[in-house]
Design a protein around this ligand. Structure first.
Ligand SMILES: Cc1cc2nc3c(=O)[nH]c(=O)nc-3n(C[C@H](O)[C@H](O)[C@H](O)COP(=O)(O)O)c2cc1C
Length: 193
């Protein structure tokens, strides 16, 4: 029997009440209901220094980065909700990618990313919903060997978008985010060995 796809879900924000953490939880639940094994993590639990090659040479990869990398290696795909900071990716997300992208001896390059699949979403208080950041996240992940599925959703005016239980007030938006979780799961069901 085919094994269940394994999906890692996270937001590019460490903020306690992050709109993007709420968003990725919606997609994660839908992916789980569709048959995936989903692990939701908070990058707040993986604090790491700003990437610095001198620091890497002197001290190696921080334990938190190694832990995140192992999780990424173990999973077939990622659900990523990325906030938009100054029209682009957040420092915490880029810094995590930079650390995780570093090889250790006898390891294939970009082992945590190559051949894996991601789907992207964003939420922001602004009118574009973080769409401009997704262009950059898509480009970065594609350039390190990931398949980034074409579907994506940006939720604007995030400050008024959510119910108290974390669902989206707009049922169409809620359905669209759930659809991302299902799309990634279905894609992986068709493509994993
Ligand atoms: C440094 C900084 C830059 C920001 N730049 C943008 C921006 O370019 N576009 C945008 O829509 N929101 C921008 N914002 C607002 C964020 O979208 C907002 O803080 C959002 O809540 C962050 O996502 P989170 O709720 O998941 O933490 C910026 C916020 C910060 C702190």
């Amino acid at each position: 029997m085919m094994r269940k796809p394994r999906i890692l879900a996270f937001a590019g924000s460490t903020r306690k009440d992050s709109y993007n953490k709420k968003l990725v939880r919606i997609a994660a639940r839908a992916a789980q209901e569709c048959g995936a094994d989903v692990t939701v993590i908070d990058l707040k639990d993986f604090p790491m220094p700003l990437f610095d090659e001198d620091l890497e040479r002197a001290e190696g990869m921080p334990e938190t980065a190694a832990r995140l990398k192992n999780l990424m290696v173990e999973n077939d795909g990622f659900l990523i909700a990325s906030p938009e900071y100054n029209s682009s990716i957040t420092a915490v997300l880029k810094n995590s990618i930079d650390w995780v992208s570093r090889p250790v001896p006898n390891e294939p390059p970009l082992v945590a990313f190559k051949g894996k699949t991601a789907i992207l979403m964003s939420a922001s208080p602004g009118a574009l919903g973080g769409l401009r950041a997704l262009v950059h996240v898509r480009s970065i992940l594609g350039n390190i060997g990931m398949i980034v599925l074409p579907d994506q959703v940006a939720v604007p005016k995030a400050f008024e978008a959510y119910n108290d239980d974390g669902t989206l007030k707009d049922s169409k938006q809620q359905g669209a985010i759930e659809g991302l979780g299902r799309t990634l799961t279905t894609f992986l069901q068709m493509h994993i060995a």
